[in-house]
Design a protein. Structure first.
Length: 294
């Protein structure tokens, strides 16, 4: 049996809950302690083969993919310069929405990603959004929404969306909606994309929303939108700092970034850090992977 000596603290594998794996070098993420990444939207010809390969390639992290976005014709992200052909399925009524979800089921998506970005173009209407959520729920698949623009978080929650791909930043949510979200919705943080540590209006709004969401008991997942912006592979210390600024205790940050606890006899992902993350969560930025699916 091979033995590895690690001078540090062993943790369950680390997860980045929002990446775009085709824009990064996922092998470097694994070497830097991130054993699982959740790809929240990419062209199917690229992402499905990559996710399949990650199941047996020891050099890749686990890649859990949503597949293409669902959006309305001409909606985000179809008009973005960075968007490759096929990145989104365009739906304009409940029937086409249900058909689009059904077409993804065979690929075992980790979630269905819907774009509700009214600042970048049109968005699906309420009945179409309802059909997306209802059809996905029939297969036991959660729906994740990119919410951007006034009222889009409220629309998503009313329809039954239970994961937000980003901390809301385009408007400061009222306490009633924050409390409702905290009762049944997970927010993926992605605070650092707003200025990369520099103060911006969007960062301030996002921090306020996440602070109140967390104070109401909401579940926060660490995510970076990796592939967007100047991040080195691995854990983004800027995101860890933002979570601290939003009021998360170091143990809360560990819950946000680690996979489920290790179990007897189960395949294990193990990361290690050179220090105590409950005292200084910034050491997560120096993580290494010890074991993937061991």
């Amino acid at each position: 049996m091979d033995r590895t000596h690690v001078d540090g603290v062993m943790l369950p594998g680390l997860t980045d809950h929002h990446v775009h794996a085709a824009l990064i070098e996922p092998e470097r993420m694994l070497a830097a302690g991130v054993t699982t990444v959740v790809d929240l939207g990419w062209a199917p010809d690229d992402i499905w083969p990559l996710a399949d390969r990650s199941r047996h390639d020891p050099k890749l992290p686990h890649i859990r993919a949503a597949g293409p976005f669902l959006t309305t014709p001409g909606g985000y992200p179809t008009r973005q310069e960075w968007a490759p052909p096929g990145i989104a399925l365009e739906v304009d009524d409940p029937a086409s929405a249900a058909q689009a979800v059904e077409s993804l089921v065979a690929h075992h998506p980790v979630t269905i990603k819907v774009a509700l970005n009214s600042e970048a173009g049109p968005v699906v209407d309420d009945v179409t959004l309802d059909a997306i959520v209802r059809t996905a729920a029939g297969h036991g698949i959660p729906v994740t929404a990119h919410t951007q623009g006034p009222g889009q978080v409220h629309r998503a929650h009313r329809a039954g969306v239970r994961v937000l791909a980003h901390t809301p930043w385009t408007e400061e949510l009222d306490d009633k909606l924050i409390a409702e979200l905290a009762s049944d919705t997970t927010i993926i943080s992605t605070i650092d994309i707003h200025g990369w540590g520099e103060p911006t209006r969007d960062r301030t709004v996002a921090l306020r929303n996440l602070h109140r969401f967390h104070s109401f008991g909401g579940v926060v997942h660490y995510g970076t939108d990796f592939g967007n912006g100047p991040l080195p592979p691995g854990v983004d210390v800027g995101e860890i700092s933002a979570l601290t600024e939003a009021g998360l205790h170091p143990t809360d940050i560990l819950r946000a970034i680690t996979e489920k606890p290790l179990g007897m006899g189960a395949a294990a992902d193990v990361s290690a850090v050179p220090g105590d993350p409950t005292a200084n969560p910034a050491v997560l930025g120096r993580a290494i992977t010890v074991l993937k699916a061991g």
